[in-house]
Structures are given as structure tokens and as C-alpha cells.
Design a protein around this ligand. Structure first.
Ligand SMILES: [Zn+2]
Length: 123
């Protein structure tokens, strides 16, 4: 499957997630859990806090896909990614988030955006 840069779209976290927390000094923070709705097919996935805690560094994507996504991922400090294929439409999806260590054993995950490739056409 050939993937071109043009088919990957950037979605703000709050346009594709439900249940994120907003506060005075943070935005789009994962509380206990949140619901992601695939912008290609509407498939919903519940993510829990530990989903992000466990996500670091692993990706199911081939290297060429990962490289395209890496180019589109903002290179700010402490940006992390959770990569997966939508179970319904197979769209390559990357959730970009930041990790804030609040001391002790707790850390916070603030979602930034979703980068979503093209899903398989379904009728
Ligand atoms: Zn989908």
C-alpha cells in the first residue's frame, strides 16, 4: 500500500476525543479514560490513562509510514505518540501527546492532535 503525505490529515484533539479534561493550566488532559472517534469511519475506541502510560516507543507501522508521520509530528519537547490502525477502516492513526511528570509516581497525558491516514473505502 502506497501512502502519500497528502492523505494524512491533522485533527485537533478536541475534535476527535470526548471526555478530556480542561483546566486553567492544561488542556485536553486524559483523566480516567476518554473516547476516540475515528474521523474516517466513526469507529470508537476507549483509551485509558494507562494506554498512554504503556504506549511509549512502540508502533505497528512500517518504516516509510512512520517516517511520513514523524515529519508531520510537531517536534516539541516531550511529545509522545501512540500509533495504531483503526480496527474498522485500517486508517493509520497517530495520537500525539505530551507527558507531564507531576512528581512522585503520577504523570499527566495531554493530548495534542491526531494524525490520520486514509481509511479503506467502505460501502
Ligand atoms: Zn476508522
Amino acid at each position: 500500500m502506497k501512502m502519500q503525505r497528502g492523505v494524512i490529515e491533522h485533527f485537533e484533539a478536541r475534535s476527535v476525543f470526548r471526555g478530556l479534561l480542561q483546566g486553567a493550566d492544561f488542556a485536553n488532559r486524559v483523566g480516567g479514560s476518554c473516547i476516540y472517534g475515528c474521523p474516517r469511519c466513526g469507529h470508537r475506541i476507549r483509551f485509558r490513562w494507562r494506554s498512554f502510560y504503556q504506549a511509549a516507543g512502540s508502533s505497528p507501522f512500517k518504516r516509510n509510514v512512520r517516517r511520513i508521520l514523524d515529519d508531520l509530528t510537531p517536534q516539541l519537547d516531550a511529545r509522545n505518540c501512540l500509533d495504531f490502525h483503526c480496527p474498522t477502516c485500517q486508517a493509520a492513526t497517530r495520537i500525539v501527546y505530551s507527558v507531564t511528570d507531576s512528581g512522585g509516581s503520577a504523570c499527566h497525558f495531554d493530548l495534542y492532535a491526531a494524525l490520520v491516514g486514509e481509511g479503506k473505502a467502505r460501502r
